[in-house]
Design a binder for this molecule. Structure first.
Ligand SMILES: [Zn+2]
Length: 257
């Protein structure tokens, strides 16, 4: 008999952060259910057909990512960060390279606290700016007490080697494999943020099945740099792990400094 812990470990990327909205029985269905609920990036337009659990991917009206076009300029409160250092716990889950966080690192948006769960990468970027993408996009995934998510999206453009990400790149597993702890390596989370705070805000979804519409998205306008060699290394493992952009429909895109 699978226990809850085993199930949570076995869940694909994205599901682990959304278990609050899934009953225990639906968790079993998600894991043990139809074999074809395995998803990939070859046909993201078909995700909604793979499983009842993934219906939002197809019929949702607030899906992510989106093309970031004209935004409504607004003066939002600055995001407060309480980011320290974390040990490097890294996993190739078959869909991305992910670094799992330790408790105690969080941010506050609109007086609401969201704990950092993990960060991971997409190649090329999932969000686009006026139709253009960047080589990579970093996602820092945070969760509040009700189970809603705040995800920071940070673009990476070709340039200098990214020294803050070097330990992650050095440890990056090329094959799907369980989480491993890299001894004596610490990641300084604040170094993963751009110096400028200009950002976009909108409400959207997970960009992987089950595409749950529970995400307060914050995408930074200014990219960080990453070298060609670093981009190529990720490309070798994940030629494409980005969902195409989705219609914005009746949502607002806010811009703030
Ligand atoms: Zn992501």
């Amino acid at each position: 008999m699978l226990n809850r812990r085993t199930l949570l470990k076995a869940l694909p990327l994205g599901l682990a952060g959304t278990t609050f909205s899934l009953s225990f029985s639906s968790l079993i269905a998600a894991v043990a259910g139809e074999k074809n609920s395995e998803w990939n990036y070859e046909a993201p337009e078909d995700w909604g057909e793979l499983s009842e659990e993934y219906k939002a991917c197809q019929i949702g009206r607030q899906q992510s990512p989106i093309d970031l076009q004209t935004s409504i300029e607004s003066t939002l409160k600055p995001i407060e960060f309480s980011y320290g250092e974390i040990p490097l716990r890294i996993i190739n889950n078959g869909h991305t390279i992910q670094v799992n966080s330790n408790p105690g690192n969080y941010l506050i948006i609109d007086n609401e606290k969201f704990e950092l769960l993990q960060f991971h990468f997409h190649h090329p970027s999932e969000h686009t700016i006026k139709g253009q993408n960047y080589p990579l996009e970093l996602h820092l995934v945070h969760q509040n007490q009700q189970g809603y998510l705040a995800v920071l999206g940070i673009f990476l453009k070709q340039g200098q080697e990214n020294a803050s990400l070097k330990p992650v790149w050095d440890a990056m597993p090329s094959q799907k494999s369980p989480e491993k702890l890299i001894r004596d390596v610490q990641i300084s989370l604040a170094n993963l943020l751009p110096a400028e705070s200009n950002r976009y805000h909108y409400f959207g979804s997970l960009t992987t099945p089950p595409c749950s519409e529970i995400v307060n998205w914050v995408v930074f306008q200014n990219p960080l740099e990453i070298s060609v060699a670093q981009i190529n290394q990720f490309h070798q493992i994940f030629p494409v792990n980005a969902r195409p952009t989705q219609p914005i429909n009746r949502r607002f895109l806010l811009g703030s400094n």
